[in-house]
Design a protein around this ligand. Sequence first.
Ligand SMILES: Nc1ncnc2c1ncn2[C@@H]1O[C@H](COP(=O)(O)OP(=O)(O)OP(=O)(O)O)[C@@H](O)[C@H]1O
Ligand SMILES: [Zn+2]
Length: 466
Amino acid sequence: MITVYNTFGRRVEEFSPYDPNLVKMYVCGPTVQDEVHIGHGRTFVAFDAISRYLRLSGFNVIRVQNITDIDDKIIKKAQETGTSWEEVADKYAKSYLEMMERLKVKIDLHPKVTTHISHIIDFIQKLIDKGHAYVSNGSVYFDVDTFPQYGELSNIKREEWNQGEEFLKEKRHPYDFALWKAYKPGEPFWESPWGKGRPGWHIECSTMSTRYLGLNIDIHGGGMDLVFPHHENERAQTEALTGNRWVKYWMHVAFLNIRKEKMSKSKGNIVPLKEAVSKYGPSALRYWFLSSQYRSTVEYSEEAMEQSSRALDRLRDALSILRKIIQEGPKHFSRDEDIQVQAELVQRVSQFRTALNNDFDTASALSAIHEVATLVFSKLQYSEDALGASIALDAFRQFNEVFGVMDEEFAVELERLTRVIDAVVEIRNYLRKNQMYDLSDQIRQILAQGGVKVLDGKEKSTWRFQ
Ligand SMILES: Nc1ncnc2c1ncn2[C@@H]1O[C@H](COP(=O)(O)OP(=O)(O)OP(=O)(O)O)[C@@H](O)[C@H]1O
Ligand SMILES: [Zn+2]
């Protein structure tokens, strides 16, 4: 059973998606006014590991993550640098996508705000029609008092929050927030039923997530800073419109700090992902991100990064010992001491899974894998027990499925394995051609036991992993 800490209600719950086979995930993506930094990297990689673990546990996962390509910060950056807002957004969106690719973060869809304006307008209009929003001076505001559940997610009372002094006169209550912002000279705009303007920030996520993932999503996530006001407002907009519960699990990643402060573009204390990836490599960086549980704050330092690189090397060394043992094949039957090590290894694998089942605790999962490595160095290396080595190798394979830090190592192994299976299937083709069906059947059965399915064609046979 997988358990998840739900920000909504602030408790650990059993994970059970709306559809038992499919997990729908929406993560708030970056505002592209500057280079993405390792703080973003931490949040996006954390959700990547969560998706990977859910896949390993048998779920299908689809992840949507928006790109905020129009916003006050982007307009400001364009004004400061004498370029257009489109150029600013385009440049940093490209760089962000490149980084997600380098970091092997799998995101199925990356919708941008500016290509969804008409859907956003539609969403706002429906809120107005239902009496949850009002037009004032060319802007549209959400009427917070029409959604009594407001504040339930963040535990913040509406009276404590004034969302923007600037527009106080236009709003019915200080805590109402903008869905549509009236045009100001020099700013980009789109036509709307309320005049020229542009969307507010929160409405984009409600619109794009419902458009692509439907009216219910299982996981909605982002950094801790998004709980209020962003997610509180998103929830109000969406549930006011649909009248139903929207998100099942609200998940928030703690900050990546630098010198004890949140790393942030606006604070000017960022380490760009680009720089970190080229300095340490994507694997060491992912390793470091995942070496803490996603809900604990992490402090960036070069030493911590170097330590992560060394720890990853330790796992690589263990893997290469395992490969050698397996390649050389079984040398002897399992002895008592081998059986004991095998049992210990199996226990570590189960600790690894238990840790991840427990609110995706990658830190404890990592400890379990290092204990596997310790057994490789202290026992398997000398005993050369091929069965023990296979159990350990499987532990590393599961580890890599979630952490994604040893793809290169496993790619080499897969290539070798593929060549061997190709050769066996080729020999079987020869046997079938010569009507030696007993033998060819036997080979098919043996391959099936090893997880390889042979597909017999008229002329020749092919194969695939089961
Ligand atoms: N230092 C950080 N640690 C963890 N997550 C972060 C950090 N900074 C931003 N995020 C997360 O990255 C996602 C994209 O954020 P966005 O670009 O809107 O960030 P932001 O908070 O405005 O960034 P910045 O403060 O750098 O301008 C959000 O989910 C946000 O919570
Ligand atoms: Zn959002």
